[in-house]
Structures are given as C-alpha cells and as structure tokens.
Design a protein around this ligand. Sequence first.
Ligand code: E4P
Length: 217
Amino acid sequence: MKFFIDTANLDQIKEAQALGILDGVTTNPSLMAKEGITGQDNILKHYVAICEAVDGDVSAEVISVDFEGMVKEGEALAALHPQIVVKIPMIKEGVKALKYFSSKGIKTNCTLIFSAGQALLAAKAGATYVSPFIGRLDDVSTDGLNLIQEIRLIYDNYAFDTEILAASVRHTMHIIDCAKIGADVMTGPLSAITGLLNHPLTDIGLAKFLADHKKGN
Ligand code: E4P
C-alpha cells in the first residue's frame, strides 16, 4: 500500500519523507488555507515546493466547478511540475474533466467520493485515483471502511486501473484496516503514520535490552 501524507505543511511533509516511507502528498483548499497559503501565486509556488520536497505524486485541487474552468486550471497545475496530479471533485462537470485529462495523459485524483456508484463513474471516466473519504463517513455514523470494500470488489470485478486512495484517514486503525481490505493508497495525517510505530512492548523490550547490555559491560 502506498502512503501519502494529507497536509500542506512542509515541515511535516519533510519529516514523513525523511522516514523513507512516503509515496506522495494530498492537499486540498482547506489544508492550504490552514497553512496560511493564500493568493494564486503563493498557492502555485507552494505546490512546487511540495513537489521538490517529496518523491511521488502531489495532488493539487481545482477550484472551478465548470468543465472549461477545471480544464484551464488543471492544465496550469499539471504544467507546474511532473509530479502534480489534478484533483477534481465528483460532480457532473468533474466527470467530464476526468475523461478529458485521461485522454491527455494527465493524472487525476477524483475527490469527495462517498458512494460506490461515484467511484464506478470516476473509474469509467479514467481517473488515476479515487478518494473515498472514510473518516467523514464515520463522522455521520456510516461505515467508511465498508465503502473501501465495495469499491475494491467493483474495481477487481472489471480490472479497473483506477487506484483506491483511502482518504480522510484519522488514525492508525484506519490505515491497518485499509491495508487488510487492499486499498492501493492511503492518505492521512503525520500522527496516524507515525502512530504505527508505537507499541508498549517494543519500548519495554528495548529498555530491557539496553539495561542488560549495560550490566554486561
Ligand atoms: C483527501 O484528499 C482529503 O484531503 C482529506 O483526506 C480530507 O480529510 P478530512 O476529512 O480529515 O478533512
């Protein structure tokens, strides 16, 4: 399973990259605003800085909600850096844009996926990635992992190339469960990724090994 980090914070991106396990980055307009990145020039510069900090795909989201606008914005984003993946919302105009970018060989990430039907449409339109938001489904008492399972089944039935990018991951168990189901990618915060490191028996065991080594020397 590929690991993407879901942030626009350069320090966190660099920390995950330094771990050696990072495969890419996802951003969205809210994450950019959270870092105080505003104004088109600054936003574009920040995408380039993220691309230069990681090896792998970097999702950059369009703001337009009409086909022509999405195409114009997406082409400008894709021209910024070869690692850019154009992030397109799951709306009717977005499906047309996915098809357009797919025909041009430009990578896409179809975002705001909350149903298996939406994921099926995105795959038929040639999306590179689909992003089902599992945490936001859990937030409204709907099993987000069940959606990952449904999409996995559908994509396997028809051998779709579209990769399932489990998004809105909130904690370590989301990552482990997505890996069990067979999501191709997960994107989550640094805390969920580094949370995988932790086990009290590891800490106890290491402390004992070091103490025993000290006794013997
Ligand atoms: C995915 O690409 C989104 O940026 C993200 O995972 C949304 O997560 P949230 O529900 O924690 O905001």
